[in-house]
Design a protein around this ligand. Structure first.
Ligand code: HEC
Length: 124
């Protein structure tokens, strides 16, 4: 009887344990502080050239959580990794590590860009 009870408990709990593992994988990877700084510097100094300092768009589209939420985080990471061949969006796989790209994809999806404090006349 005891074994049956244990078996029953294992079967009931297994889906939760597995599901928790899957959800845990969606968490951004843990990066060293140096790596995080490198990602944010790339965002400010490289991505900003085309997507705007405040990620509101330029040559490339806006990269705000609101606009990007149609993408699962994995799809976003793939776009950043490989770029958009045939368009101006370059691949970043030789610049950032896989973990850094995953972190960046997660960052773009969750962190709102800080709005400009001063707006130029005529700017929306
Ligand atoms: C040389 C200009 C340029 C740079 C630098 C650049 N991008 Fe892009 N990016 C583009 C363009 C242009 C598109 C639109 C491509 C298309 O529509 O096929 C784009 C598209 C994207 C998309 C897809 C957006 C969507 O709505 O489909 C993401 C995500 C993205 N870029 C992220 C980044 C990140 C992150 C960086 C920095 C690591 C970066 N880009 C740097 C030009 C650039």
């Amino acid at each position: 009887m005891r074994q049956v009870l244990i078996l029953f408990l294992v079967c009931c709990l297994a889906p939760f344990v597995i599901a928790k593992g899957v959800i845990a994988n969606k968490q951004p990877p843990r990066l060293s502080e140096a790596s995080k700084a490198r990602v944010l510097m790339t965002l400010r100094e490289d991505c900003a050239n085309c997507h705007g300092l405040y990620r509101l768009g330029g040559l490339g589209p806006a990269l705000t959580p609101e606009r990007l939420k149609v993408y699962p985080v994995e799809a976003l990471a793939l776009i950043i990794e490989h770029g958009r061949p045939g368009n101006f969006m370059p691949p970043w796989k030789d610049v950032l590590s896989k973990e850094e790209i995953d972190y960046l994809a997660n960052y773009l999806l969750t962190v709102e860009p800080t709005p400009p404090e001063i707006q130029m006349r005529g700017e929306k």
